[in-house]
Structures are given as structure tokens and as C-alpha cells.
Design a protein. Structure first.
Length: 197
């Protein structure tokens, strides 16, 4: 088995010194890291080489951290996003996590241990989600529906009733889902579906 490369982390902050300091911290801790002064330049770089994690300031120029998060989710649904701000508010903290799928919301000056813990968690999550999305990518829309219902704990008969299909058709779809995803059983399908969410 080939060795996995260190996670790539993009840091986006219009404060060049802070971005550079975070990059140095990450490199010292075994990550690949690059700093960007604007969301636009980071999105261009990410289009060429997707990162596993993005650490972004919330308040920047025309494109803030939340708008960046929305663009990133379209570009790479498996990227982990960590927000940071010098002006924390409860509303932004809630939005960062619930609305924009952020993993954490850090206040400046940055707590290095918390940042490193969030990046470790985010990078691992990103790799799991990316692998799961690649495994389910070949599935048809109907096969995805079958996967979702099986992952919810339904039997073949229950899936058939829910989708208005014959049990035999569901069994065929289930076999195809198992073959396409390489799943070893229902427990593996449940874990795969959870990682892809």
C-alpha cells in the first residue's frame, strides 16, 4: 500500500503575516500548506489541486469567508472548512457551522493547539468523504435511492415497498450497489453512506 501524502491545507487571510505564520505552523507539523491573500486566488489554485482543508478568515474584501465556503462546496464537496475571525459573533459562529458546514470557528489570536486539532480532524474527514464520494459516484439515481434506504436499516422488502419496486428488482439493485462500491456487506454500506453525507 502506498504511503498517503500529507494533507494539503489552504490558508486564506488578507493579513499576509498571519497567513504566513499559520503556514509555517502547519509545515512544522507535517502538513503541506499554502497561503492566499484572496478567496479568488485560492479557488483558482484549488481548481488545479484540491486541498483537504481550508482555514479562512470570515471578514475579507468583496468575497467573505462564507461566500468562499459556498463556492468551495461546489468545487470540492469533500473539503473541510475552518473559519477564523478577529470579530466573533454568536450569529456568525452558528452560521459558520450550520449554514456553511464549517468544522470550527476560531477567534484570533488563534489557539494553535485547537487549530491543529481541527485541521487533523478536518483532513481525516475530508479524505473519508472524498473516498466515499468516489465510491458512490458510479451509482445511478435509483441505486443511490436503494443505498440510502438500505443504509437507513430497511430490508429489501421495505425498500421495495418504499420505491414501489419488486423485491427482486431491489435485490438486483443491491447487488449492483455492492459490486460498484466494493462494499463487503450492509454494515459497510451504512458506513459508506455516513461518510458520503
Amino acid at each position: 500500500m502506498r504511503e498517503e501524502l500529507p494533507a494539503l491545507v489552504h490558508v486564506v487571510d488578507d493579513d499576509a503575516d498571519l497567513g504566513a505564520a499559520i503556514v509555517r505552523l502547519l509545515i512544522r507539523n507535517g502538513y503541506q500548506a499554502q497561503s492566499f491573500l484572496s478567496p479568488e486566488t485560492m479557488l483558482d489554485a484549488n481548481a488545479r489541486q484540491e486541498c483537504q482543508c481550508v482555514v479562512t478568515d470570515v471578514m475579507m474584501g468583496e468575497v467573505d469567508g462564507f461566500a468562499l465556503a459556498e463556492a468551495l462546496r461546489i468545487q470540492n464537496p469533500a473539503v473541510a472548512i475552518i473559519f477564523m475571525t478577529a470579530w466573533p459573533t454568536t450569529a456568525n459562529a452558528v452560521d459558520a457551522v450550520r449554514r456553511y458546514g464549517g468544522l470550527d470557528y476560531l477567534e484570533k489570536p488563534i489557539d494553535e493547539a485547537r487549530l491543529l486539532a481541527a485541521i487533523a480532524e478536518g483532513s481525516a474527514w475530508s479524505r473519508r468523504r472524498g473516498a466515499a464520494l468516489r465510491r458512490i459516484e458510479p451509482l445511478t439515481a435509483r441505486e443511490r435511492e436503494v443505498l440510502e434506504l438500505l443504509a437507513a436499516g430497511m430490508s429489501n422488502k421495505q425498500v421495495a415497498a418504499s420505491l414501489n419496486l419488486s423485491t427482486r428488482t431491489v435485490e438486483d439493485h443491491r447487488a449492483t450497489v455492492m459490486a460498484k462500491t466494493g462494499a463487503s456487506g450492509v454494515a459497510d454500506l451504512v458506513a459508506l453512506f455516513a461518510d458520503a453525507k
